[in-house]
Structure formats: C-alpha cells, structure tokens
Design a protein around this ligand. Structure first.
Ligand SMILES: [Zn+2]
Length: 567
C-alpha cells in the first residue's frame, strides 16, 4: 500500500479509509516498525495536505465558481473531520506505546506536539471547528465579491488601492469613501459572523478544559516558548519605541503636505503609508505580471545565484497566480504542495510598490519551503509560523540593495526603500493593535458590540496614527473588520511582529557581512521544524526577545537607515 501512488485521491473517503485502517491496525513490535509507521503517516498526510491545498487554491482563485466552492467545502466538512479523528487515534496509538520513549531525538518535537494535540482533542469540538471554517469562508466570500464603481469603471478593492496613493487629495478622498461605503454595506453581516466566531471559539476552549480561548489558542498554536505576558511586553516596547518615530514621520508629512490635519485618506491605517510628501507621482515598478516576474528574478539573481535559481524554478513550475481580478479572494499567501514539492504563490498584483514587497515576501516563504524540503517527515518540514515570517520578512529587507531592478532611477529606488522601512515600523504598531484587540476579545467573550468598538478605539489611541476620522466615526469603530486574520486565523498576527524583529536583526547583520547573513538564513531555514523556536533564531545567529532595550536598538537602526536616505 505504501508509499501511496501519485494518483492517490485524498479527496475521497473511499480511498482514505483503507489507508487509515492499515495504519491504525498495524502491529508495532520494534523501533523499525514504529519509524515506518511515522513515514507512512507522513505519506498519507502529504497527500491529504496537497489535496486540501489544491481545493483551497482553486476556490480562492475563483470565488464565484460554485462548484469549486462546494468541492472545497465538502472536503472541509466531509474529509477533514473524519481525518481529525483518525489522526487523534494515531497520536494515541503512538503515545501509548512504551517504545515511543526509545525513539531517536529526531522525534522529540513530533512527540511533544502529538501529546499536546491529544490533551487538547475533544470530539465535540470537531463540528465547532467546521463551523468556524464555514463562517470564515463566508467572510472571504463576502469581501472577495466587493467591487466599487469608480470614475465609470468597476474595481476590486485591491485594485482601488492605487487611487489611495495618488497626489490629488480629492481623488484619494473619493476613492477612500467609495471603498468604505461598500464595506459598510456588509458590515452588519460581518459583525454577525464575528460574534458567532467568538462565541464558538470560546466554547471550543471551554470544552477543552480552558478558562478562555487565549489560553487554548496559545496551546493549540504550540506557543511553547513565549507567553501572553511576553506579548504584552512586546506591545509596550512598540508603544515606547515605535510610536514616537511614527508620530514624528507623520508630523513631517503633515507639514510637508501643508495640511491642517491628516485624514484617513492621507495615511494608511494599517501600514502607515502616505502619498508622496513631495507630490511626486506614485511609483510604478512594473506594468504587468510578466514584468514583475522577470524583475524579481533579476533581483534574486543579483542577491545570490542560488536564490535566483530557486525563484526561476517557481516560475517554471507554474505555481504563481499573481494578478488581481474580480472573483479572486483578497490578500496573498503561499501554500505548500507537499507531494509536488513546490509552494504555490497567490497574490493580487496591480502595479504598486506594495506588490513588489508581497512578491518578495511570498518568495521568501517559498525559499524556506524549498530549503527544508529534504527533511523526511511532513512534521519536520512544517516550520513554526513565527519563523516562517522571518524567512519572508527578512527577504523584503535583504533584497533592498537590489531594488534598482524595479527602478531605473536612483531617486525612485530610495523612495521605495523609504516607504518600505516606514511601513516596517507602521506595521509593528498595527500588529500590536490587532494582537491586543484579540487578547481582550477572547478574555472578555461576553462583550457587547459597543464595548468591542470602544476597545478598538482605545487601542487606536495607543497604536494608531493621529489622523482625524471626523464624519467617519462608524467606519473608525468598525475598521477592524478589514483584518481577515481576525476571522480566519485567530491570534495569528503577533507572529509577524516576532518575525519582524528577527528580520531586522538579519538585515543589520547584512550591513556588515552580506554573505554571512545569507548563510545564516539558509542554515536556519533548512532546519524546518526540527528545533524549538529560540533555537531556530539561534541557528540564524539572531535572538528571540521582546524587551524594551532590544526593541529600542532595532528601531534606532531603522531610524538611522531612514535618515541616510536622501529622499
Ligand atoms: Zn507571510
């Protein structure tokens, strides 16, 4: 039966059932038997993972196609719950074997994760998890279908972003208001979805024996190496070191633009970006997706021949869906095709500097996947998300010296770097706002909608830009609805912050020794999920820390780099 054939169909229970039975009933008499059980479980999981990935990709590339939607949902509702039970039984089978204690060190982290899942598993939570997936899929469908008629044409919301970068303040205001008006049309339904998600997640936590979903989430996300308290210290460090820099950047912008105050269409609430302070036209790094691909290839080749070749393999493997079009889900992601051995990259490019950053970011994830693809078991390759984002975010910074491939003029190149560094700081603030918000939400699951809004506005004072939302108070109170992670991936957000601190350290290392920075990158990424998080950081010769001094040092480096740019 094993290894399973390439054409094995993991979307059908008829094909999975005999495989599951074989694994569950298998007699284990010695370490060799046990190790081949691990290998075969991994084989099955790879097929299952790739089947799910292909259905998800199919759906997000074409949200208006009902049959793709149904195929994905029938997998989520029909196959995943059954396989969750199988996987729990397999975990139990292995954990109960006294032989497991004699497994080589290679299995330590796998066993730890297995025992953790056993402790958290509750049969009654399976339908609740399916319910959450359905609710967040509905959120995606609602937001993916949003379009705006603007200047006589229909645009998706990602396409509308380009109007928010133009210098004409009236156009920005009109574009921003049009997008907000469209979002507000569905805000009631989105609030309903969110209330239901919070209630369901709280129930999942209680069923598993936890007081609330914060504690459950930390355990289920295997955050063994940092605590909710560490996250709160992260928030305070950002408040102390990033906010003064953000406010001073914004104050310079306000003066330079000659405005009495900054309005929400003058400054991007999430990234902290603003239109050009000198009134120059927005940057246009590429005109179409094939240009984006060839420039990005050149960037990686000039950074390192090895990374350049790895990027080219993605292009040849036909695993990129990059352009924005109606019916495509918003955002960007990288999804591993575990059997094919390649990562799929999804994004909504529309010709802006932000698209360049997303392209490089997702390529960084792909490099991570490719560097650790030789590890035998799927669990060894499933790297922790905190470190996954080090792979992607550090690539954004490490490629900076080669961005002249996107920009012929040095002035444009410097401008792009400045925008990126400013948004690095801006993003840290947004991350802390979203993370604090989630801590509060799940610590207070019985909150009312008005308390939720109040909390959001309170956090805006701590972590938001000082822009003026007069006449748009309701939009301001509901702006959190634009953050998809709150719906589809609860608590998955501080990872970006933790990773950004790692990425900044690699970037600082690059300034003194570019070759060593790439070596450290490769060394750590090749480890996949075979070491604990602090050890993965150590392998890249960087540190996992959240304290004020560390943050202060990193932010001061960004500040100097910003001052060194002439634009
Ligand atoms: Zn990422």
């Amino acid at each position: 039966m094993f290894p399973l054939e390439n054409k094995f169909d993991a979307t059908k229970w008829e094909s999975l059932e005999p495989v599951a039975t074989n694994l569950l009933d298998r007699e284990i008499n010695n370490i060799e038997d046990l190790e081949s059980l691990f290998t075969d479980i991994s084989d099955m999981s790879e097929h299952l993972s790739e089947a799910g990935a292909r259905l998800y990709i199919g759906m997000t590339c074409d949200t208006e196609n009902d049959s793709k939607q149904e195929a994905y949902m029938s997998f989520v509702e029909g196959i995943r719950p059954k396989m969750a039970e199988v996987s729990n039984k397999l975990d139990l089978k292995i954990a109960n074997l006294s032989l497991s204690d004699s497994l080589p060190k290679r299995y330590d982290l796998i066993l730890k994760s297995m025992r953790n899942s056993i402790e958290l598993f509750r049969e009654e939570n399976i339908p609740l998890m399916v319910k959450c997936t359905k609710l967040s899929t509905e959120y995606q469908r609602i937001t993916g279908a949003m379009t705006v008629d603007f200047q006589g044409e229909e645009y998706t919301l990602p396409q509308m972003r380009k109007f928010l970068e133009v210098n004409d303040r009236q156009i920005r205001r009109d574009a921003w208001t049009a997008v907000r008006a469209r979002r507000m049309m569905d805000s009631e339904r989105i609030s309903d979805i969110f209330d239901e998600l919070v209630k369901t997640r709280h129930q999942i936590a209680v069923n598993a024996g936890f007081e609330n979903y914060v504690q459950y989430a930390f355990r289920s996300m295997e955050r063994f190496d940092y605590t909710p308290q560490d996250c709160r210290s992260f928030h305070s460090s950002v408040e102390e070191h990033c906010m003064p820099l953000i406010h001073s950047i914004n104050e310079k912008r306000r003066k330079s633009l000659g405005y009495r105050n900054l309005r929400p269409w003058d400054i991007n609430e999430k990234s902290g970006d603003s239109p050009d302070v000198l009134g120059r036209d927005p940057l246009t790094p590429f005109n179409n997706v094939s240009e984006l691909i060839s420039q990005t290839s050149a960037v990686f080749h000039s950074l390192s021949g090895e990374l350049g070749n790895m990027f080219d393999r993605l292009v040849e493997g036909d695993v990129l869906d990059l352009e924005s079009r109606k019916g495509k889900a918003p955002g960007g992601y990288q999804y591993n095709l575990e059997k094919t051995g390649l990562p799929f990259i999804f994004m909504n490019a529309s010709g802006q500097q932000a698209d360049v950053e997303t392209m490089i970011h997702e390529a960084g994830h792909a490099f991570h996947t490719m560097y650790c693809s030789d590890l035998g078991l799927i669990q060894e390759r499933n790297y922790p998300i905190e470190f996954a984002e080090v792979a992607s975010m550090s690539m954004e910074l490490l490629t900076q010296p080669h961005w002249n491939e996107y920009y012929e003029r040095e002035e444009d190149c410097q401008r792009a770097k400045k925008m990126h560094l400013e948004s690095t700081i801006g993003l840290l603030a947004w991350i802390c706002r979203i993370d604090s918000f989630q801590h509060w939400i799940y610590q207070n699951p019985d909150h009312t909608r008005s308390q939720l809004s109040e909390k959001w506005l309170e956090l805006r004072v701590r972590f938001g830009p000082k822009s003026d939302w007069t006449d748009f108070e309701e939009d301001e109170a509901l702006f959190w609805q634009t953050q998809g992670h709150l719906f589809g991936a609860p608590f998955y957000y501080i990872e970006y912050g933790i990773a950004q601190l790692g990425a900044l350290q690699l970037w600082i290392k690059q300034m003194s020794d570019p070759e060593q920075a790439l070596k450290s990158y490769k060394q750590a990424m090749s480890l996949g999920n075979t070491e604990r998080l602090p050890d993965l950081f150590a392998a890249a010769d960087i540190q996992l820390k959240f304290d004020s001094d560390h943050m202060g040092y990193l932010i001061s480096q960004v500040d100097s780099a910003l001052n060194a740019l002439s634009v």
